[in-house]
Ligand binder design. Structure first.
Ligand code: ADP
Ligand code: MG
Ligand code: ZN
Length: 473
């Protein structure tokens, strides 16, 4: 059957998350974590009582702490303990983003920083917040509009300082629903534009160029075919390889990315012989590696990041904001859930079209080849269908050919079919009270501009704030 990677259960996340069951164990772990933090940075104990752990990422743990303030009141703080292996410049750069750009315009501020040996703790004001995954089903359209507006405001602000956040996602944009407060956090992956005002971001340039392990990144970069249960696969191929390797005829829906620029004059007479094997051949081992910044979370990464375009700018954050908007409009979180970059690129193509993706890639010197055409979807029809407000068939109305219809319809929206039936059966549509029946065209127009495949023409955060969707703000 014709089905593509993007059309899996993994995409279009379902509401609700599985929470860890063992509470007792959790709290014992937490106690010992808190204990070791006090030990690692003893001066913390003089000021703070650490109450609980509130966040655990790859590069840090975040704790809630309280302190007695000068006026006798109790102040709450978020204490971010960075993993001791973080590069000192990385830590300093994160701190500098917060001190220079933070504390206003929906960007988190910073109060103190503690350090002992290689342990650093960034102390921020604590902001109570709700996880999007927990509230997505109850958000009204007005709330979504407000959320995106405030996210764009934060982006405009940091982009003015030449900060590229690189990890824009709901977990890094705190939302206090009651107080209608917003705060962008986590500059742990931030980079600077060429003219950034954050001095330490300039010093990071050399740091991110560390060689990557051969059998993960490089393998993917040069020759291995990403095999999944589905048939559509995406591959990054370097110049010259296309002439020397043929897609096996049985394989369909295969997307390929190659460097267009280096095409001129370069002749690769060597033929790779590890194609579709789980090994890396000598030809591929000797290929010059293509390096480009690649931080972030696959599902939120911009196409130019996935395609490893070397000069990435603030537009990558705008794309991520677009993915968040798409998620909120469709009521699915996370929207794209990809295990790696090639799967993520294929998922993008499923929504935005494979031909359109190829055209955009061409503008920044890359060729995307896709053996099967994935049609561009109408965003309103897509979102309303995923919300269960339209029968699945409508998504395919706009598609002219039967084969395309089948490719999109069956797997992509099977879940929504049941949802639609449920919604249309219930007489009072709760959805309507939340404004989901009257989403204005401007919303989808802005979404379309945020999810512009070409970073050169993608709307900026500043321009997006002037969009007709926000005229009354
Ligand atoms: P990481 O780099 O590990 O992702 P973050 O800075 O994103 O670290 O923080 C992880 C989590 O901790 C956030 O998603 C948020 O839930 C919580 N957090 C971070 N800063 C604050 C804060 N100032 N107030 C409240 N919670 C915070
Ligand atoms: Mg984070
Ligand atoms: Zn090879």
């Amino acid at each position: 059957m014709d089905s593509c990677v993007a059309c899996t259960d993994e995409m279009f996340g379902v509401d609700g998350i599985v929470k860890s069951g063992n509470k007792k164990k959790m709290s014992r772990d937490m106690e010992s974590d808190i204990e070791s933090l006090y030990k690692a940075v003893p001066q913390l104990a003089k000021t703070f009582r650490i109450i609980e752990k509130i966040g655990q990422g790859t590069f840090s743990s975040v704790y809630l702490g309280e302190a007695r303030m000068q006026d006798g009141s109790r102040g709450l703080f978020a204490l971010k303990h960075l993993i001791p292996t973080s590069h000192p410049t990385r830590i300093a750069a994160e701190l500098q983003c917060l001190t220079i750009a933070g504390g206003r315009e929906n960007v988190m501020g910073v109060e103190y920083c503690f350090r002992k040996e290689d342990h650093a703790v960034i102390v921020m004001p604590y902001m109570e917040h709700q996880a999007i995954v927990d509230i997505i089903g109850t958000l009204s359209f007005e709330e979504v509009r407000l959320y995106i507006y405030h996210l764009l405001k934060a982006l405009r602000h940091i982009h003015q300082f030449g900060i590229i956040h690189r990890d824009i996602k709901p977990n890094n944009f705190l939302y206090n629903r009651k107080a209608k407060k917003f705060a962008l956090v986590d500059f742990g992956l931030a980079q600077g534009t060429a003219d950034t005002q954050i001095e330490l971001l300039k010093d990071l340039v050399g740091l991110s160029k560390a060689p990557r392990p051969v059998f993960s990144e490089r393998n993917l970069n040069s020759c291995s075919l990403i095999t999944t249960k589905q048939e559509t696969k995406t591959q990054l191929v370097r110049t010259g390889e296309l002439s020397s390797r043929r897609f096996p005829p049985a394989r369909r829906g295969l997307a390929t990315v190659r460097n267009q620029k280096s095409q001129r004059g370069v002749h690769h007479s060597l033929t790779c012989n590890c194609f579709q094997t789980d090994q890396v051949c000598n030809v591929c081992l000797s290929r010059k590696q293509q390096s480009a910044p690649r931080a972030g979370t696959p599902g939120f990464r911009a196409p130019e990041v996935l395609i490893k375009c070397p000069n990435q700018g603030t537009a990558i954050d705008v794309w991520s904001a677009g993915v968040i908007f798409l998620s909120l409009l469709s009521g699915r979180y996370p929207f794209f859930k990809a295990s790696d970059d090639m799967v993520a690129l294929t998922q993008i193509m499923t929504i935005r079209g494979s031909r359109e993706t190829a055209r955009a890639a061409k503008a920044f010197g890359k060729a995307v080849l896709c053996s099967r055409e994935l049609p561009r979807l109408d965003l309103r029809v897509l979102c309303e269908t995923l919300r269960g407000r339209r029968p699945v068939e409508e998504v395919c109305k706009s598609l002219d050919d039967c084969r395309k219809k089948r490719a999109v319809e069956t797997p992509l929206l099977s879940k929504s079919k049941a949802k639609f039936q449920k919604v249309s059966q219930s007489e009072t549509l709760v959805n309507d009270e939340q404004g989901w029946d009257t989403v204005p065209e401007e919303a989808y127009d802005l979404l379309d501009h945020l999810l512009d495949l070409n970073p050169m023409t993608r709307i900026t955060a500043a321009k997006a704030l002037e969009h007709p969707l926000f005229t009354d703000f």
